[in-house]
Ligand binder design. Structure first.
Ligand code: ADP
Ligand code: GLC
Length: 469
């Protein structure tokens, strides 16, 4: 697998969770599985072994010399590509000044190095590449020619975790990525006057997947297709939606080490203690009998929190619920939460940043969990919320629609503040009836989204792709 993130090594969102849990689930099914990712500055390689010193990755007119480190975790071989100039900085995709301008080169080198790993270190039948950062592997593979016997039969699967990030590059930079100008065509990698590395993956992979059935259908429509819906319709015969799984080793309230108390569907007393502890942490301990709504998210446009602007005065004022928000991202959304936190200091906590233990404590302490996404390829947080008895309040889109139902959560359809407000009112009305609310929590906690089933589907797909002529 080729990816820009994998838990526990590098994470900004759900992509990392998938790369941390699908590979071990595949190993459990007997697959030899490796993950290739950059050695970011934050990744400690003291426990890893240097398995290739000075591997040359040729791109355009020159080459990059990288070292490859290997560390095995839960049966999976992780290969870290080290290049101080490209990856040895603070931040994964950017720093406080914004996105790194050379991201396309950084990930082209990752893709080139992944071919090297397959050539010299880990003989490979299939490359499974994720998002635009892995998009050049299928293109490189299809265009190696017969000159590379180690790779010319290797197949590729490309997974779209998010169509909103397209890996756009100016045409005159393609040469630096080892991509010839002849690929710059509207039926190949050109997209709206730029080259798209995401499109390269979609065009050249042998099979395509995305992370929920509903999103697989949505991206074939103009509304969700980002200009790629026509291409995706044309490739629909090789496109499937495979729902992400949940790593219940990590997200399980019965043994979660981050919690003040553990709990299960059969005994929810610990959940009340978690709620009390979470409120105490922020000096709001007297509010334990009020409904608590949690948010843990990248605060990106995709996530739809701008809808709250028309809703929070009613919810925090008149209805007096408690809202705990953990996240960072777009300035506008951050400012919205800062402004409401200033207006409602007694019942809105905004914890700005990334905090893994707090994410667990919010899932455990919340009664309700909010994801009003514009679009959501799969979404993992609502799956975690279900297991933690924090009933999801979601917009019915993508994986949110596929994983939440009327027995386990609350959905609204139109992307509109009014509809969100109505949905929250309904959720609060159910909260006010403890027996009914508890029955929903128990139904939610008993849902099973473990990886085993989804991993088997990936394995079936790999076999299909390998057996195809
Ligand atoms: P996306 O991948 O679009 O960000 P997902 O719901 O699939 O959305 O996955 C988000 C993952 O990132 C979850 O594991 C969630 O707990 C984690 N996460 C997001 N923001 C934060 C944060 N601020 N602190 C800690 N974990 C976070
Ligand atoms: C993306 C999507 C999210 C999905 C995750 C893992 O970041 O935004 O919906 O759960 O990838 O597939």
């Amino acid at each position: 697998m080729v990816s820009s993130e994998a838990a526990p090594f590098a994470k900004t969102g759900g992509l990392a969770d998938v790369l941390g849990s699908l590979p071990p689930a595949l190993c459990a099914l007997g697959v030899d599985c490796a993950v290739v990712l950059p050695r970011y500055a934050s990744i400690d390689v003291t426990l890893a072994e240097c398995v290739y010193n000075g591997m040359r990755v040729y791109l355009g007119g020159g080459y990059y010399e990288v070292d490859i480190f290997r560390r095995d975790v839960r049966g999976v071989a992780f290969f870290f590509v080290e290049h101080a100039g490209l990856y040895g900085r603070d931040g994964i995709y950017g720093d406080r000044f914004g996105e790194f301008g050379d991201n396309p080169v950084r990930y082209a080198v990752l893709c080139g190095a992944a071919l090297g790993v397959a050539r010299y270190l880990f003989p490979t039948d299939i490359f499974h590449c994720h998002d635009w950062q892995g998009g050049l592997v299928p293109l490189y593979l299809k265009n190696l020619g017969a000159g590379d016997p180690a790779l010319h039969n290797v197949r590729s699967v490309f997974t779209i975790h998010n169509l909103g990030y397209q890996g756009l590059v100016a045409r005159d930079r393609l040469w630096d990525l080892g991509v010839e100008d002849r690929f710059y065509r509207s039926d190949l990698i050109e997209l709206n006057g730029m080259a798209s590395l995401l499109k390269a993956g979609i065009v050249f992979a042998d099979a395509l997947t995305t992370v929920s059935p509903r999103y697989a259908a949505e991206i074939q429509t103009p509304e969700y297709g980002y200009g790629l819906d026509g291409l995706l319709r044309a490739r629909s015969a090789v496109l499937t939606g495979l729902l992400n799984g949940c790593d219940y080793g990590e997200w399980n309230p019965e043994m979660d080490p981050y919690l003040a108390a553990n709990f299960s569907a059969g005994d929810l007393t610990g959940k009340q203690k978690c709620k009390q502890a979470l409120l105490d942490e922020f000096g709001l301990g007297d509010r334990v009998h009020k409904p608590l709504l949690g948010i843990v998210s990248r605060l990106a446009h995709q996530k739809g929190f701008d809808l709250l602007d028309g809703v929070l005065d009613e919810m925090l004022g008149y209805r007096d619920l408690t809202l705990v928000v953990l996240g960072s991202g777009d300035r506008d959304v951050e400012n919205l939460f800062w402004a409401f936190a200033a207006r409602y200091p007694r019942n809105l906590i905004f914890w700005h940043g990334f905090n893994h233990p707090l994410a667990h404590r919010i899932e455990a302490g919340s009664d309700l969990f909010l994801m009003p996404s514009r679009y959501e390829p799969c979404g993992l947080n609502q799956i975690y919320s279900l297991r933690y008895g924090a009933l999801p309040v979601v917009r019915a889109t993508g994986g949110l629609d596929d994983t939440v139902d009327a027995e386990t959560g609350f959905k609204f359809w139109r992307f509109d503040s009014w509809d969100l407000a109505e949905c929250l009112r309904h959720a609060l009305a159910v909260y006010a009836e403890p027996a009914r609310f508890r029955a929903m929590q128990q139904a939610a906690m008993r849902k099973d989204f473990s990886w085993a089933k989804s991993a088997q589907r990936y394995l079936d797909l790999y076999q299909l792709v390998l057996n195809r002529e």
